[in-house]
Design a protein. Structure first.
Length: 152
């Protein structure tokens, strides 16, 4: 066996093949990462909405027993119901506060406000006992959501 025959059988990757592979992986990552973060935000929004609905059910149960709603601050430990949307407050998508609707008494209306910290577009969700659903888009005031981003 000659020396030239021995070297022609050595296999491996050339530097150009390796750089093409790295470029393809980089392009796929640049496309996939924004889609991934968008899905994470949608999941957090869903968690916050479901937390608000769960807390409203608890408020309605409290109302049927005591003929009044109860106010509490976001994350209050002494509240008789859920003040965050997840399993624990540290891993929660939003904190929930309850207050009277405008000038109405607590025997007439309660509104829940879910504050999100990790969403680039929505800062707060609002849901009240009269069925009004609103949100703060891009740091603005509470308003109805014409694009169904907040409450689809």
């Amino acid at each position: 066996m000659t020396m030239s025959t021995q070297f022609s059988r050595v296999r491996g990757f050339s530097l150009i093949e390796l750089m093409i592979t790295v470029a393809i992986v980089g392009i796929l990552g640049a496309i996939a990462y924004p889609a991934y973060t968008s899905q994470i935000e949608k999941g957090r929004r869903n968690e916050c909405r479901s937390g608000l609905l769960k807390t409203m059910q608890q408020q309605e149960r409290y109302f049927t027993q005591r003929n009044t709603y109860v106010e509490f601050a976001a994350g209050a430990a002494s509240a008789p119901m859920a003040t965050f949307s997840g399993d624990t407050s540290a891993r929660s998508a939003c904190t929930i506060a309850a207050e009277a609707c405008g000038v109405q008494a607590l025997t007439a209306c309660i509104q829940l406000i879910g504050t999100t910290a990790k969403d680039r577009r929505i800062s707060q969700f609002l849901y009240n006992s009269q069925g009004v659903k609103q949100c703060k888009l891009d740091g603005g005031a509470f308003a109805a959501d014409p694009t169904n981003t907040c409450w689809p």
